[in-house]
Design a protein around this ligand. Sequence first.
Ligand SMILES: [Mg+2]
Length: 182
Amino acid sequence: MKKIFMSDIDGVLANFDDCFSEYAKRKIPNLPAPDLSQYDFKKRYPSIEAEIEQVWQDFIKDDHFSEIKPYPGAQKVSYFEPVIITARPESSRAATASWLSKHGFYYKDLILEYDKKKYADPQMLRAYFEDRPDYLQQFANAGVPTFKRVHPYNAGITGKNIIPFTSWNLIPVKYILTRFPE
Ligand SMILES: [Mg+2]
């Protein structure tokens, strides 16, 4: 079986944080400044954990995923013909698929799965693109070459198999296709 590339969406292809922050500001007047060194929203806004959880539930329920903007150049991921994997809930499948198509992403398949670790297999994956600290660690520990989209909240995740990148404009497609063969 041929090996494949895999990529996350939020924080990698899509600027989820800006969209969610804007939404939270509309919902919560006097929203405190977030602690961006934290991945988890509830830890980003520790003084208003319960309100932020409610904002997140409303964000999902009203399907605001369609408002998220792609990062500049993120469509470059299409050159890797990736399987897209996201921890978004299954209820957001239609919105997610239409977002990918509307913004010009080409991909083999779309998987909505919270427990991504089951795909952390170097026999199956050529490389993986992710931003969330625990997933990064799981894939890298399993031996998968793991591209980390750099954010303040994943600064501590370094080491073997972790390849940081700050922008899709800096991703060397041809080199990666050769370096991580099928
Ligand atoms: Mg993500």
